[in-house]
Unconditional design. Sequence first.
Length: 210
Amino acid sequence: MELNPTTLPHQSIYKILTGSVLPRPIGWISSIDMSGRPNLAPFSFFNVVCSNPPTVLFCPMIRSLDGKTKDTLNNVRATNEFVVNIVTEDLLNAMNASSIEAPGEFNEFDYAGLTLAPSVAVKPPRVAESPIHFECRVREIIEIGNDPGGGSIVIGTILRIHADDGVMLGEDKINLTALKPIGRLMGSGYCRVTDIIEMERPKYIPGELK
């Protein structure tokens, strides 16, 4: 089968992309509006960019129901700050609860039964129950499309990292078994990181390979 994206509805392209590019990490983004009201939402179009400077990105899409931008995007445009909270197995239900499509004044922290923790370098709060947080300042917002199915790339520079001692191995390694992160699949599916395959990257030695 060969498909031309220009002839398909964006809903079909979305299904193909989310069913192929997986598992995807989840960026649980907390932000505030100009009145200081908190917002919390998960984004599986999320990843790291580089470590110097430490940079992450997430991609809020335009809502298909009403064609409006998400509250998270509105907030980061207004304040230039956000926090990435890492989702674990224990927080799966709370993360799912915070994905509810609700008015801007709706408090996802309260709805999901989560605790607000103050940040150090930014104003948006952290999810106290999450073991890892990245406090970020917006570096750039790139608009890709303004129609339903379109979206933006929000690039953020990490200003502070918080990591619970229980998920750390030494000063700079994460204990994957203790962290128990959750990945996003297609539709309503999620996955655990339980089947790990480790292999060393090959090293090129001049003269030994032809």
